[in-house]
Design a protein around this ligand. Structure first.
Ligand code: 5GP
Length: 184
């Protein structure tokens, strides 16, 4: 692994789109595939979007020390397997983790050279609009996620960089500028 970049941002902020666009333009970067206990959404594939595993398997993984970080988010577990990092160390790729803030801080504690980047919405109102427009979550789930967004915004003060996503192409450019300072 050359460098580890950790990218966080509240649901609906557009981080998935920004990262996808970044990876298209920078194919020498690899995105780590996380494990989750949440149900698969339409269009998602096991082993591509996530490794979808049961709560039992996840808990066993925690006990075995398989995860470099993990967190409970919206009543589901999410975590990054240590083996993802070890594989990237061997292949010498730049690795990106797209994870929530508590996991990101666990990574920073263990790997201080990791670069933490937070993607923020232009405003809370805008985030609410985007989440509702996405129509992938039930209203009560949206409410929980908005609460989490507030908490995550506060936690972003521990990050190395904050990108405000007003327009996707600008945010991608911003991300490239930040990453190019570190990645060779
Ligand atoms: P979603 O269910 O929308 O795919 O993801 C919910 C949240 O979990 C997002 O903030 C996403 O970044 C985060 N997440 C995804 N994978 C991981 C992981 O491996 N660890 C942690 N801590 N968070 C993750």
């Amino acid at each position: 692994m050359k460098r580890l970049f950790v990218i966080s941002g509240s649901s609906g902020v557009g981080k998935g789109t920004i990262i996808k666009e970044f990876l298209k333009r920078n194919p020498d970067f690899k995105l780590s595939i996380s494990c989750t206990t949440r149900p698969m959404r339409p269009g998602e594939k096991d082993g591509e979007s996530y490794y979808f595993i049961s709560r039992e398997e996840f808990k066993q993984g925690i006990e075995n020390g398989d995860f470099i970080e993990w967190a409970e988010f919206s009543n589901n577990y999410y975590g990054t397997r240590k083996s993802n990092i070890q594989k990237a160390l061997k292949t010498g790729e730049n690795l990106i983790l797209e994870i929530e803030t508590r996991g990101a801080l666990q990574v920073k504690n263990k790997i201080p050279q990791a670069v933490l980047i937070f993607i923020a919405p232009p405003s809370f109102e805008e985030l609410k609009k985007r989440l509702e427009g996405r129509q992938t979550e039930a209203p009560e789930v949206i409410q929980t996620r908005l609460g989490q967004a507030e908490r995550e915004n506060k936690e972003s003060k521990n990050y190395d960089y904050i990108i405000i996503n007003d327009k996707i192409p600008n945010a991608v450019k911003n991300l490239e500028e930040i990453i190019s300072q570190y990645a060779i």
